[in-house]
Design a protein around this ligand. Structure first.
Ligand code: NI
Length: 221
């Protein structure tokens, strides 16, 4: 009977999982698919025999302390190629990015609050030292509104300028401390003028909240 490699989980949080795999001579993991990107750090020298999809086989040399990385989706059965020496490595998996999920949720709440014309809801998405750079204005950045009071007044002015307004087709991505929302804005001004343009916000985050909303809109002409 084939011996199974022993996994020992050393660390598991909302971002990483670190597992030490201990292989007796000839032991194997069994077939598995990697659901996350990962890094392998060999704790011993050794040779891995790999069973791969399509009846393929391969060998990989491990050198103690020399890491390598793989992307999600790898499928294999990993076998200690030595019949005499044990082998072990650390597997560091990137399991998730909880902060990115929370930041994306903030961006979704902000767009919902704009559509609900909910000033309190908007400000609940903004950090204590927030700023808003409007799509148009005299500065290279557009009009700069700095601090919660100025940002609140600028958001209120948007609702005032557009008695009817809808932000739709929202899509949100988070990259590190930066967020990007794209959307379509349809609104009617007090004077009855209609506007229908695509635009985006580039966000800078402070924790889970928005420190800067930097707005861009297409200029139709
Ligand atoms: Ni594997």
């Amino acid at each position: 009977m084939t011996e199974t490699a022993k996994p020992v989980v050393h660390l598991e949080d909302d971002r990483f999982k670190v597992t030490e795999w201990r292989f007796a001579p000839g032991a194997e993991t069994g077939w598995h698919r990697h659901e996350h990107d990962y890094v392998i750090v060999p704790l011993t020298d050794g040779t891995l025999r790999l069973d791969l999809p399509g009846d393929q086989q391969a060998e990989a040399r491990l050198t103690q302390g020399v890491p390598y990385s793989r992307r999600v989706g790898v499928e294999h059965n990993v076998i200690n190629g030595s019949t005499t020496a044990p082998l072990s490595f650390l597997e560091v998996e990137v399991v998730d990015d909880a902060q990115a999920h929370r930041r994306k949720a903030t961006m979704e709440r902000l767009m919902a609050a704009f559509n609900a014309r909910d000033l309190e809801g908007l400000m609940a998405c903004m950090s204590a030292h927030c700023a808003f750079h409007a799509a148009a204005g005299p500065e290279a950045e557009g009009t700069i509104h700095r601090g919660p009071d100025a940002v609140r007044a600028a958001y209120a002015a948007i609702f005032d300028a557009f008695p009817q307004a809808a932000w739709t087709e929202g899509a949100h991505v988070v990259m590190g401390d930066t967020g990007l929302s794209t959307w379509r804005f349809r609104g009617t001004t007090r004077e009855g003028g209609a506007i229908d343009v695509r635009g985006c916000d580039v966000f800078a985050f402070d924790g889970d909240l928005i420190a800067l909303k930097d707005s861009y809109r297409k200029a139709r002409g």
